[in-house]
Structures are given as C-alpha cells and as structure tokens.
Design a protein around this ligand. Structure first.
Ligand code: SF4
Length: 510
C-alpha cells in the first residue's frame, strides 16, 4: 500500500483568540495523544503533517493540504470547529477521525460528522484505520481499546511534533509529559474516575528528562497526569536520577492529601514550582482532600492552612472550585470561598461552573435522569461560558449574582494586590496578574454580567435556561457564528444542537 498523506490537527482553541493568556499559554496546552498518534503514523511509514491550532494562526493557511486521512483532536468546546473541519475535508475526499475528550464524551453525536470516532486508542486501532482507510457514512464507526495504552511514545519520540508547537509560545515553553494515566479514586463527577490507574514506565520518564536537558537550560515540564504522585517515591526517584537538584521546573495536578509536608519537601527539592490541587466544594466531593470528613468553615480553615503550608515549598498554587454543586445552597458556599481567598491570599482561584460533559462521568447519568441537563451547544461547554445543568438550589439570576460576586471578589483590585505582595518571584506574580486581567478573571466577569442581564431582560433567553424551549437564543448563535468565521459555512446545520440526554437514552436502550 502506498503511504498515506495524513493531517493531524490538535484544536487547543475553538476559534481566533486575542487575549494575552492565549498568546502566551495556548501552545503550552497542546495534548499528548495527537503527538503520539502522529508518531505512530510516521512509524508505520506514512507522511504526516501536524498542526496545533492555538487561535493565533490563520487556520486556512496552516491546515494540512491534499491529505487522504485527517485526525482531529478536540475538547468539547472546539467540537463545532472540529465538525466544520471534518465536513470541509470530507468534501475534498479525505477520511476523517475524531479523538480527544469530545470523542469520549459525545461519541454518538461525533459519529454523525466523522468517519471514525476514537475512545481509548491503541496502536492497533490506529493501524487498522491506516490499513482500511475507508469512508464510513452516513454514520461513522466508534472504536475503543477499552483502556488506555500501556505504553505512550515518550518526549524523545514525539519531539518532532512537540518542538514546532512550542515555538509558538513566545516566552515560556512548557513540555507536556505523562507519568501515569487514570486515577485510583472514584470522584463520580470526574472523567478519570472510571479509568484504572496505571503508572507509565519510570525509565522513560528519566530518559525523557535527560533528553530535555539537552534542549533547554532548565526545562519546564507539565505533567498531564490527572492525579500526579500516586506512585510518589518512584516518580521522585525518576526525576532525581535525571539531573542534579533543581534541573527542571515542574507543574502538576495533585490531590491535597498527596501534598504532605514530607512530600512537599521532596517536590521542592526536585523543582516543582506550580501545583494545582482541587478543592471543588466546602461541602461535597471532599474525598480529594485530606479534609474529607469535615465541611463548611472548618474545612475552609483546614484547607487554607494546608494551602499556606504548600506555599512554603512551592511558589505557585492554583486551587480549583466548582460552582453550582447540588451540595451548595444559599450564600454560605460563596462566602466561604471569599473567606478562603482572604485566608490564602496567594492562591490563584480557578472557578468552574458545574458542567456535565455527555458520558464523561457516572454522575452525568443522574443529572440526565433528573431532566436537568440543558442542550447548550458544545461551543459553550468549557466550564465557564455555560452551566449546562440546572442548579438544584438556586434560581438562575440568584446563582449568577453569586457567581459574579465571588469572581469580582477574587479578581478585585484588593485581591490582586494581596496576591501580588504575598507571592514570591516575578514570574509567578506576573502569571497571576495576566490571568486575572485576561479572559479568565475580568473577561469572565464581563460575560457573566451579560448573561445575568439577558436572563432579566429577555424572556426567551430565560426560557432556554429553564428548559422550556430548545430554541437557541440569538446571543449564543451569534457568538458561534462570529468565532467560527469562515468555518461557519462548513458547519453542518444539525451540529448546532445535540441530544443532551444521549447517555441516558443509550443506557436505557441497553
Ligand atoms: S482524585 Fe482527581 S483525578 Fe482522581 S477521580 Fe478524583 S477528581 Fe478525578
């Protein structure tokens, strides 16, 4: 068989981006799996062109041309752009494949627009597609290996695809790495809760780190593990054997309970400079933190003390909260978060609105059974542009009032000043400031205020939020049209809506 011409598109952005954060950080958010698939395809003798779309490129110029087969990787927020691109490529005669979180969360919907939709992907699945690269229409084929691969290509193998992507990051280049996949914990809201924990080869971690020391004076590395440090000693040994202390700057997401003083000491010695523990809520989902048995003010005090301890070892900590959980009611959860912001002024607060991503997590089935999942177009499902679950204990306007209040508090001049003076190091201070004044802080605040206004002034807008109509408000329609730009013409008309209860329907049908 002659070699195929293959295009690989990693959609970090869902459309043109113009924020400082996007300019500096989007290229650092590239996914690992598209790089792995690109490497596998090359190893099978095919000709591969890969691009990572950060929102700053002219996509029409960058897209791989005259290809036989196109792999697109997308989070749900970029699904509509992915669907439009698939349509475009199919019209040129190419076969299209979707992978990434959207393919896992909404496989049935994605199969309407792609020839192949990949869940967990193994090398043999990719080989099969390469060997029988036939169009599958009108409904594509869903393929899954049932579990994550045991072996991923390491950084050295992927370097050919990592390097050009990181060149797009103007100041700070962060290499994506994996120490493990899955998680041994079972938080029912989490996509990784059903993926068995599997450490990857520690020898590969070591040799990849050694390789990176030949590329950068002091490499920055982000571990993409959902829960870094489960095999803590093994990870630390691999890192420590890769170079003298402080040879690297590491970023990782970890449970608070992993971050004990002993572990923090080792993390500091090995160059960990940013940690992202999840707090989620003061009442629920507490099995991620040490404070699983306590709630409310007591939990705020304990978590805050813990986070302040982390800062004695690590200069940058982002604490993640979910707003709108069923366990929350009234003012108290929001007031507790404000209290935490006061007590841990240097922690960067990351807020997410409760979102059910299709069949990502077991809890989503419950939301669908309760008839609470709203059909917001995928374009808005990124944890902040829309909350696609009707809150259990809040009216929408009341909820947005509280979200606006806590966001305003977290990114007020006073909070920014306190975060600035309590944080050490120019890089971390600058990072906090950039995130606050960019789309994440002030940008979101402006958007939330607009939503609140629409809820009050526009009856049909409100009806959509209450689930009384499925007709998409013009406000959202216009945003999609604007963001997709010339790709709007390629978006299949049906792609603006999806079955919000597909997971339930499928489960009932058996
Ligand atoms: S500990 Fe973190 S990664 Fe693991 S299941 Fe819970 S939320 Fe997911």
């Amino acid at each position: 068989m002659p070699p195929l011409k293959i295009g690989l598109i990693d959609l970090v952005s869902k459309g043109p981006a113009n924020t400082l954060w996007a300019k500096i950080m989007h290229a650092n958010l590239a996914s690992i799996m598209p790089q792995v698939i690109a490497t596998w395809c090359e190893q099978e003798g095919h000709e591969v062109t890969m691009i990572c779309y950060t929102g700053y490129e002219d996509l029409t110029k960058e897209l791989p041309k005259e290809v036989d087969l196109v792999f697109i990787s997308a989070f749900t927020q970029a699904a509509l752009l992915a669907y439009a691109l698939s349509n475009y490529y199919r019209k040129q005669g190419a076969v299209t494949v979707l992978g990434g979180p959207h393919a896992r969360c909404y496989p049935d919907d994605a199969a309407l627009y792609f020839d192949y939709v990949l869940g967990f992907t193994s090398r043999s699945i990719i080989s099969d597609i390469l060997n029988n690269c036939a169009p599958q229409r009108p409904v594509g084929i869903q393929l899954s290996a049932g579990k994550q691969p045991a072996v991923f290509c390491g950084v050295q193998e992927r370097w050919k695809f990592i390097e050009p992507t990181l060149k797009k990051a103007p100041f700070l280049q962060i290499v994506p790495m994996l120490g493990s996949v899955g998680c041994p914990y079972t938080c029912s809201f989490c996509i990784d809760s059903t993926v068995p924990y599997q450490p990857l080869d520690f020898q590969t971690i070591r040799s990849d780190l050694q390789f990176l020391r030949t590329k950068y004076k002091k490499p920055w590395i982000a571990f993409h593990d959902p829960n870094f440090g489960i095999r803590f000693e093994d990870n630390m040994d691999a890192i420590a054997s890769a170079g003298p202390p402080k040879s690297f700057n590491f970023i990782a997401e970890s449970r608070l309970s992993v971050l004990t003083v002993n572990h923090l000491d080792l993390l500091q010695q090995n160059g960990f400079i940013a940690l992202l523990p999840g707090i989620e809520s003061w009442y629920d989902l507490g099995n991620k933190s040490k404070a699983s048995h306590i709630t409310g003010v007591e939990k705020v005090n304990q978590v805050s003390e813990h986070v302040n301890t982390i800062f004695r070892y690590v200069p940058y900590v982002q604490t993640n909260f979910v707003l709108g959980l069923d366990s929350d009611s009234g003012d108290e959860p929001f007031e507790l978060t404000k209290r935490f912001i006061d007590q841990s002024p240097n922690a960067f607060p990351g807020f997410s609105l409760l979102t059910a991503f299709g069949e990502a997590a077991p809890m989503n089935l419950e939301y669908q059974k309760q008839g609470r999942v709203l059909p917001f177009p995928f374009h808005f499902l990124n944890n902040h542009l829309a909350m696609n679950i009707k809150p259990r204990n809040y009216d929408w306007v009341d909820f947005y009032d509280k979200v606006i209040d806590v966001t305003d508090y977290a990114f007020s001049a006073k909070a920014l000043y306190r975060r600035f003076i309590h944080t050490h190091g120019m890089q971390t201070r600058w990072m906090n400031l950039m995130r606050a004044i960019s789309s994440e802080g002030w940008g979101r605040l402006k958007f939330y205020r607009q939503i609140r206004q629409n809820l009050l002034k526009d009856k049909s807008f409100r009806k959509y939020f209450d689930g009384e109509t499925q007709e998409l408000p013009a406000f959202y329609y216009n945003i999609i049209k604007r963001d997709l730009g010339i790709w709007w013409q390629w978006l299949p008309e049906t792609a603006l809506s999806h079955n919000a209860n597909a997971y339930l329907d499928k489960t009932v049908a058996g």
